[in-house]
Design a protein around this ligand. Structure first.
Ligand SMILES: Cc1cc2nc3c(=O)[nH]c(=O)nc-3n(C[C@H](O)[C@H](O)[C@H](O)COP(=O)(O)O)c2cc1C
Length: 160
């Protein structure tokens, strides 16, 4: 059994593609974080102050429900979690996921995709949701990243 997990949420497929490349490069198990209610195009309209994504991101306590929980993350030493950057941070469902598993003693590596923003304070914002974990700052990867690019990033982390 692999000791690395790549979990990801992707609303429109960009992060999903990179997560699959990352899982291949790290020989990891892959887990998709799926919302009970999928996001429609209307939900994702960041120009609309009343859209679902805007409302969730304005509410730091929002925890959109996951369709499926990970049965156990006890066997993993390193957990990568990928997501699109929404309003300069991770979508709230990432906090739902982190709070659904015990990452204490594990290394948590966030990664994102975006329209141009970097990680900003994303890792700091997520840290309280995974007490006891070693939280790396992570990185926004380009949508066009090749397998070699992803591998170069993973190598630069010097994971045990
Ligand atoms: C609600 C919402 C908010 C977003 N906020 C940002 C942002 O703050 N900065 C940015 O560069 N891109 C932002 N984007 C663009 C996404 O991060 C980008 O398209 C991402 O690659 C989508 O990944 P996905 O296909 O895995 O969902 C936003 C997209 C949505 C839908």
């Amino acid at each position: 059994m692999s000791k690395t997990l790549v979990a990801y949420f992707s609303a429109s497929g960009v992060t999903a593609k990179l997560a699959k490349t990352l899982a291949k490069v790290t020989n990891a198990d892959l887990f998709e974080i799926k919302p009970v209610t999928p996001y429609t195009a209307k939900d994702l309209d960041w120009m609309d102050k009343k859209s679902r994504s805007t409302i969730e991101m304005q509410d730091k306590a929002s925890r959109p429900e996951m369709a499926e929980k990970l049965s156990s993350c006890a066997q993993y030493d390193t957990v990568f979690v990928g997501f699109p950057i929404w309003w300069y941070e991770a979508p709230r469902i990432i906090e739902t996921f982190l709070e659904s598993c015990d990452l204490s003693g594990k290394t948590f590596v966030p990664f994102g995709t975006s329209g141009g923003s970097s990680m900003g304070k994303t890792a700091q914002i997520l840290a309280p949701s995974c007490p006891g974990a070693k939280v790396l700052s992570g990185k926004v990867l380009r949508a066009s990243s090749s397998e070699a690019d992803v591998k170069a990033w993973v190598d630069s982390l010097h994971l045990a």
